[in-house]
Design a protein around this ligand. Structure first.
Ligand SMILES: [Zn+2]
Length: 279
């Protein structure tokens, strides 16, 4: 299993490359580079970050900008979406990041089927450009979304990642929980997610999964804030740790809690405890 923060830990003062070294020294082995407000990293920094990640055995991923909408109404917004995804894939290729994560889009009054078609068309365009530019090592990660107005339920993402090349479903547990009105409570609830992935996408999907975890505050529209682990919110992490340990699933869990690295370490320890009890 791999564990790491979504971006530079709050208490750390320094650049991305230094932060990767710092999180490795804490005992973590994954790091998601956050480009949620645009790709501003210089090429040299990406090269340096890659070097430090490789030296310390940290696997990198990247989060593409928030404003991406693969089903936007206006052509100009689709073009901007393609540009933003491409910029993220280019820097990810330099970083050696194996997956870029993004929220696929919004329904904006259209049916799930129609929205899926539009998202697919945009991503086919992106995949064509990646091929043209020789970007060979990066996968597109469709994140499960946290609001009812957003395209990207677990089933929708599984369906799309099944029908597109080099595309994976990224499970954000907090989002699935918030969107489902707090539905992740027990082991069976988590097992259902992995089972759906494995049934439709094959064993590989659960032996090399990429995911986000944090507790979350939500209302009837879905997610509101990512919260600190173990305060008073949910979903609970322990049953997830147990499901992963018991079924031998493998992958990466990125902590999106406000305490990025601290909670990543907490999750790692809880998982190790569950794995020990399972031996
Ligand atoms: Zn997320």
């Amino acid at each position: 299993m791999r564990w790491g923060p979504a971006g530079i830990p709050m208490e750390f003062k320094g650049n991305t490359a230094e932060a990767i070294g710092y999180t490795a020294s804490e005992g973590l082995n994954a790091f998601e580079c956050e480009f949620v407000k645009g790709v501003k990293m210089r090429h040299e920094m990406a090269v340096e970050a890659r070097k430090i990640a490789e030296k310390n055995g940290v696997s990198l991923s990247a989060h593409a900008p928030y404003w991406i909408n693969c089903a936007a109404m206006e052509r100009a917004k689709i073009d901007a979406t393609i540009r933003n995804i491409m910029e993220t894939t280019r820097i990810a290729e330099v970083l050696g990041a194996r997956i870029i994560v993004f929220h696929p889009g919004f329904y904006m009054g259209r049916s799930p089927e129609e929205t899926a078609k539009l998202v697919k068309k945009t991503l086919e365009d992106v995949l064509g450009r990646m091929k043209q530019e020789g970007i060979k090592n990066v996968w597109l990660g469709l994140e499960t979304t946290g609001k009812g107005a957003q395209f990207g339920s677990l089933s929708e993402n599984i369906e799309l990642s099944h029908s597109l090349d080099r595309t994976r479903t990224v499970v954000d547990f907090a989002h699935i929980h918030a969107r489902g009105g707090g539905k992740l409570k027990k082991k069976g609830d988590y097992l259902g997610i992995f089972t759906e992935m494995e049934n439709k996408l094959g064993r590989e999907a659960v032996m090399n999964f990429h995911s986000h975890f944090s507790e979350v505050a939500w209302n009837e529209k879905g997610e509101r804030y990512h919260m600190i682990l173990g305060e008073q919110y949910s979903p609970p992490f322990k049953p997830l740790a147990e499901v992963i340990a018991e079924n031998g699933y493998e992958g990466t869990i990125i902590s999106e809690s406000p305490l990025l690295d601290v909670d990543a370490l907490k999750m790692k320890r809880m998982y190790e405890e569950a794995a020990k009890n399972n031996r």
